[in-house]
Design a protein around this ligand. Structure first.
Ligand code: PFF
Length: 461
């Protein structure tokens, strides 16, 4: 155990876990999900679900990891026996598959950084066309996402403190600063207020089943929950750390970046007269417009800076995604950290190729016959993230309630926070883990599966 590595302290853990949470999910996915699902109504449900379900789940994951001081598989096995270990393996599989498509999108962001800073992207007459042509460019995508995976592997193999923690401590504050600057600028644009109303004034008639489950999937993805990433990071946390306050800080930081990204994007969307329901292309199509309006030099600097920071945010997340399977092989199979990291990075990169080729480059991957003609990237992200993460969270609460015991979870949380004992918060957390989480997540997991494969509306008609 001595050489598993540890975070240096409270700040190190918070920055690394917040780095895992804050990523493409906040800046790329959150705005387009909100844009497609009613804006403010989505935001409201997202915030509600985060407090109701996600915060307790995050506490559960960190407590499991710190108690067992092992990887996702080892932790479940140690606290619950071999069969529960499979739940850890399920999480590791999700991590591998999420990283496979995540790395592709991170590669787009990396390419955009280069194209804006050093290429001619901002002079292009139509950013929508640029994006659709960009994502089918095989070589660019291959090279950029290979670079991204290599950088991820390089940091992961340096270990917990020197790699993961050090990288996050620099990148997170930089990201916050540039976001704030861009928001101030975007709020001064004409018609920005229409974007603000869309984003902040809820229209409750827009809330339906899909709004709720999209918000649920988004919250889990964004907070890196449901697949053991925080079990793994929790295993590197010192016993005297206050998990309750660290988890609260991580949650608030993650929500703030998502919230701020919306505050940046929607005024821009409306000031340029575009549709907020653009889908995954949203930030790639809308943002270049504002950078262009800043003038040729300033636009390159700020635009390049933004996409560089998006890469940083993505990088602290890809690091955590890779760390989950790496920790498993290092802890359980006693493989060396170095070869495990490179081997897994290579395999996961190859697993991502169908997603990379699914944006129109190769027809077979762009339109999957068994998935309502949708793309491989949609398939992987929806199956292993939208469906599997809430399900993983549900199974984790069942593990705590039926096997490990909520009293043991509480015991773990007392360490570092004596005042938690018998507090109202403790009662609430236990109630949520016992009843709210398993019931709501269980019901939604089933409905989401039905909807993704058959369509819930068909079921109702
Ligand atoms: N939370 C990351 C994001 O919002 O971009 C994505 C992610 C990272 C999901 C790590 C799951 C995970 F374990």
């Amino acid at each position: 155990m001595a050489n598993r590595g540890n975070f240096s302290g409270r700040l190190g853990f918070i920055m690394a876990a917040a780095g895992s949470a804050v990523g493409l999910g906040n800046i790329w996915k959150f705005p387009y999900e909100a844009g497609q699902n009613g804006g403010a109504a989505f935001l409201l449900i997202y915030i509600l679900l985060t407090f109701l379900l996600c915060y307790p789940i995050m506490l559960g994951e960190i407590a499991i990891g710190r108690k067992a001081a092992s990887d996702a598989y080892g932790s479940y096995k140690q606290l619950g026996g071999k069969n529960w270990g499979y739940l850890g393996l399920y999480g590791i599989l999700c991590g591998i598959m999420i990283l496979s498509f995540y790395n592709v999108v991170a590669g787009w962001a990396f390419g955009y950084f280069l194209e804006i800073s050093f290429g001619n992207l901002l002079d292009h007459p139509n950013y929508g066309t640029f994006f659709s042509e960009y994502v089918i460019d095989f070589w660019d995508n291959l090279i950029f996402s290979a670079c991204f995976m290599a950088i991820t592997a390089f940091i992961v193999l340096k270990g917990v403190q020197k790699g993961i923690e050090a990288a996050s401590k620099i990148m997170m504050p930089a990201l916050f600063s540039i976001l704030i600057l861009l928001i101030i600028y975007s709020l001064t644009l004409p018609n920005a207020s229409a974007g603000i109303s869309f984003y902040l004034l809820p229209d409750f008639s827009k809330i339906n089943f899909q709004t709720v489950y999209s918000a649920l999937g988004q919250a889990f993805f964004s907070l890196s929950l449901g697949m053991g990433a925080l079990i793994t990071y929790g295993s590197y946390v010192n016993k005297n750390q206050n998990i309750l306050s660290s988890a609260a800080t991580i949650t608030v930081m993650d929500m703030s970046v998502a919230f701020l990204s919306g505050l940046l994007i929607f005024p821009l969307v409306f000031s340029q007269g575009q549709s907020p329901a653009e889908g995954p292309a949203l930030v790639f199509v809308v943002l270049p417009g504002i950078f262009n309006s800043m003038g040729p030099i300033f636009g390159r600097v700020i635009g390049g800076g933004f996409f560089l920071l998006l890469c940083f945010a993505a990088l602290t997340s890809t690091i955590s995604l890779l760390e989950v399977p790496v920790a498993y092989f290092v802890d359980q199979k006693k493989w060396s950290r170095k070869s495990t990291t490179w081997l897994l990075a290579g395999i996961i990169f190859i697993l991502g190729l169908p997603s990379m080729l699914s944006q129109g480059a190769v027809k077979m991957f762009s339109s999957l016959p068994f998935y309502q003609g949708r793309s491989a990237l949609d398939f992987v992200s929806e199956v292993f993230s939208d469906i599997s993460l809430p399900l993983g969270g549900c199974l984790m609460t069942i593990f705590i309630v039926r096997r490990w015991g909520t009293h043991n979870m509480s015991e773990e949380l007392y360490q570092g926070n004596e005042t938690y004992k018998n507090s109202l918060l403790e009662k609430y957390i236990n109630f949520s883990i016992r009843y709210i989480c398993p019931v709501i997540l269980g019901i939604f997991s089933i409905l989401i599966i039905i909807d993704k494969f058959y369509g819930v509306d068909k079921l109702m008609n």
